[in-house]
Design a protein around this ligand. Structure first.
Ligand SMILES: [Fe+2]
Length: 278
């Protein structure tokens, strides 16, 4: 079938017009995956998916992830919220989501994608932003692309949490350090042949580079990759369904009242390819 889609910004994000029955049937799954890879984010408005439907949709698109760091919610449904009565295990961990990151950078295969649906919205704020790291890579000068392609970056949980908890307790430090650091190339050469930048709050340092130089490079690239022309800001409405390609984007949430009960349900798809060097 030919999927009708509208670009949300020139470089990232598309909205598709599809009825819920067709969406869940899987007949559009290949096209949705293709669009997701090209556009980073795919949304459907007014589709009102319940948990079972959200899982069913995920199963048409890939393999539902049940969690590697910790169990991914109940049967793959993760409640993304600061409300401890809804998700005590992760409420604190989610503070890191206010800063640009990729999910699962400690894994051999970072998750392919995640599907979000809102259940309780913030009265104000709480928009989710996505930046296209394929587009950010594509626009770099050719000479810089060549030098970046040789670099590797160490990703750590401590680095990922540092912005959210600048003065951590010794218990927090000990817990974060229990996660094994992971080394990934700075430039991901995907099976498709397309390349993207692998940046995230979890990026601690560039292998073999002085700390000052490494901080400056990672900071400059983060600034480059999050320029407005690469970013789509999603303003949530009840009934939305949003999928993002975790392998070619970063995401963050904008500030909102953390006591307001905002809650989104997330289903994540298992990664399908390692972060391969060019
Ligand atoms: Fe995230």
């Amino acid at each position: 079938m030919a999927l009708a889609s509208v670009k949300l910004t020139p470089r990232v994000g598309s909205e598709i017009k599809i009825d819920t029955k067709t969406l869940l049937s899987g007949t559009a799954a290949a096209e949705i995956r293709e669009l997701l890879e090209q556009r980073g984010v795919v949304i459907v408005r007014n589709t009102q998916l319940e948990d079972a439907q959200q899982l069913a949709l995920a199963q048409t698109l890939g393999t539902v992830r049940l969690g590697t760091v910790r169990k991914e919610g109940v049967d793959g449904i993760m409640k993304v919220t600061f409300d401890k009565s809804q998700n005590n295990a992760y409420a604190e961990y989610f503070r890191g989501t206010f800063f640009w990151h990729m999910d699962g950078t400690y894994d051999d295969l970072p998750p392919l994608a995640s599907i979000l649906t809102p259940r309780v919205l913030a009265p104000s704020g709480g928009e989710t932003e996505f930046t296209n790291t394929y587009a950010a890579y594509d626009d770099l000068p050719e000479s810089e692309k060549e030098s970046l392609e040789t670099l590797k970056v160490v990703h750590t949980m401590a680095a990922a949490q540092n912005d959210a908890f600048p003065t951590p307790t010794s218990e927090q430090l000990e817990y974060w350090r229990s996660f094994k650091p992971k080394v990934h190339p700075l430039v991901w050469c995907h099976r498709s042949g397309r390349k993207s930048l692998v940046l995230s709050t979890s990026a601690d340092h560039v292998v073999g580079m002085e700390k000052n130089e490494s901080d400056a490079l990672l900071g400059r690239l983060m600034g480059w990759a999050t320029q407005r022309q690469y970013v789509y800001q999603h303003q949530w409405q009840m009934g939305d369904m949003l999928i993002w390609d975790n392998t070619g984007t970063m995401h963050r949430v904008l500030a909102f009242d953390m006591e307001c009960g905002r809650r989104l349900h997330r289903v994540t798809l298992e990664g399908e390819e390692p972060v391969a060097a060019a």
